[in-house]
Design a protein around this ligand. Structure first.
Ligand code: F6P
Length: 488
């Protein structure tokens, strides 16, 4: 059986697995032969060209160090001050610096050069996320003929926004070097098609000009999930119960409204706090009877947009406290710290409302974890942004437009007064969906699809001596994303 090589910016050793990607992929690799490859988390003046390999929690992990300058241009710069905000439709929060793209490409080249000597011909390579879009092109340049898949964990932007990203055409060309590109949701595929259609201007003869040839690349939605049954077990574990007992002492009879998000402007936290303020303002009878707990571990805090956002949220939480708190009651608790999965599972289970209201999100695994952690006899209610990828899966959530804080406030009120029977019926639907889209099924679907492309990859490589058959100077994007496979 082929080995699996997972490549991502962060590796399992670079800190607590706060985000969904790390949690999901650890499990996938633990069940297969292969290794993980990525940045070590270390910066040095003259990083060695070669990767070093270590065992981390039973996984083999290959790592490279980066220079401070390269890392800044690649991570805080091009990835998180251009691609992240633009892909989340926040062009207003982008910063363009001409040197960052060079650094981004340089790091991708470094990744490819350090990884290439460790590849066997039959390895299946699975590259993750927006930091590493050019990696397949770099590996192909070094002669790698492997099947290479890419998974985008964040949303794909609409065409007009994509056009505003510097070097967007090179990025799209880079994507065409993958055999399989996975995205979170159908709406991402629609956005990709929208780009495809707009990127085919008419030539003088009236035919669309060809620019990037995606005929060898399949682009499909593979919605990621969690392990809902593991969360169900975790939510009643001794570690979870410890957190629950702590909270019960503090909460008394109040019902818990819970948000758990990285401190990121895409998560809609200011809008959420405003919605909660409206809930309390419009429903005085709820005061002293509810409590909002917002957990928000800081993230990317060297970037000034993240610092502004953090300050803004501090001020908003302070404002709501000042408006509604009494000497013996606080309307909310805002915790800027990460908690482990057992504690979170206990909190999810306690929460009458799981508030997941990003302005835009690839999937949002907190929604999945909240569903998995519920008590089937007395489940809570998921209030979910319709702009999270999860909205395509969780039809039984109370779906809201997070920009409309009146609507979110009303959804919270409905959730708090929802009869048990309706809560159970909705939760059963949600849990069915969470199981269907579990992380295991996600990885298996993606890897089966990539594995099934072996014939095509071999055919292409045989005919071109390892070089991809991409029309590099002109671009054609067909109207559909899934092209028929070339005959083997
Ligand atoms: O959601 C996208 C993502 O890159 C996740 O894959 C990751 O876990 C999270 O953001 C955290 O981001 P960073 O690695 O920048 O802290």
């Amino acid at each position: 059986m082929s080995r699996l090589v997972i490549v991502s910016n962060r590796t399992p050793s670079t800190g607590p697995a706060a985000g969904g990607l790390a949690v999901a992929l650890r499990k996938t690799l633990a069940e297969r032969d292969g290794f993980w490859f990525g940045w070590s988390g270390k910066l040095s003046e003259q990083p060695p060209r070669e990767a070093r390999f270590e065992e981390v929690d039973g996984l083999t992990v290959g790592k490279i160090d980066l220079t401070r300058q390269d890392h800044h241009a690649y991570y805080a710069g091009f990835s998180n001050s251009i691609l992240w905000p633009a892909f989340h439709l926040r062009l207003d929060l982008t910063t363009f610096d001409g040197q960052w793209y060079e650094g981004y490409r340089r790091v991708n080249t470094r990744f490819a050069e350090a990884l290439r000597p460790h590849l066997k011909p039959d390895d299946v390579i699975w590259v993750h996320d927006y930091h590493l879009i050019p990696l397949a092109a770099e590996l192909r340049r070094l002669g790698a003929r492997n099947r290479i898949g890419f998974y985008l964990h964040i949303p794909f932007p609409v065409a007009d926004t994509l056009f505003a990203i510097p070097h967007h055409l090179e990025l799209m060309r880079d994507l065409s070097h993958y055999d399989l590109v996975g995205m979170q949701a159908q709406r991402d595929i629609v956005a990709f098609n929208e780009f495809a259609d707009h990127q085919a201007p008419l030539s003088l003869s009236g035919d669309p000009l060809k620019a990037v040839d995606f005929s060898k690349t399949i682009v499909e939605a593979f919605p990621i999930g969690s392990d809902p049954d593991a969360f169900a077990r975790l939510a009643v574990s001794p570690a979870a119960n410890k957190m629950v007992r702590r909270m019960q002492r503090a909460m008394d009879e109040q019902r818990l409204i819970l948000g758990v998000d990285r401190l990121d402007y895409s998560k809609g936290l200011p809008q959420r706090v405003e919605a909660y303020e409206k809930l309390l303002a419009n429903n005085p009878q709820l005061r002293r009877g509810v409590h909002l707990l917002q957990i928000a571990p800081p993230s990317r805090d060297t970037i000034k947009e993240y610092q502004h956002h953090s300050d803004q949220l501090d001020a908003m939480c302070g404002h709501v406290m000042g408006r509604f708190a009494e000497p013996d009651w606080q309307p909310l608790t805002y915790v800027k710290r990460a908690y482990g999965q057992p504690s979170l599972a206990g909190l999810y289970r306690m929460a009458r409302i799981g508030l997941v209201t990003p302005l835009r999100d690839g999937m949002n695994l907190v929604a999945h974890e909240y569903v998995g952690s519920q008590n089937p006899e007395d489940p809570g209610v998921l209030v979910l942004s319709r702009f999270a990828g999860a909205a395509e899966i969780f039809e039984d959530a109370l779906q809201v437009n997070p920009f409309d804080t009146d609507e979110t406030a009303e959804a919270m009120r409905m959730g708090l007064s929802m009869p048990l029977e309706e809560r159970r019926a909705r939760w059963e639907g949600l849990m069915r969906a969470a199981r269907t889209h579990s992380v295991d099924n996600w990885a298996a679907r993606f890897l089966d699809r990539l594995g099934a492309m072996a014939g095509r990859a071999r055919q292409r490589n045989a005919s071109k001596g390892g070089m991809p058959t991409i029309a590099r100077d002109v671009l054609h994007l067909g109207s559909g994303t899934e092209q028929p496979s070339a005959p083997a």
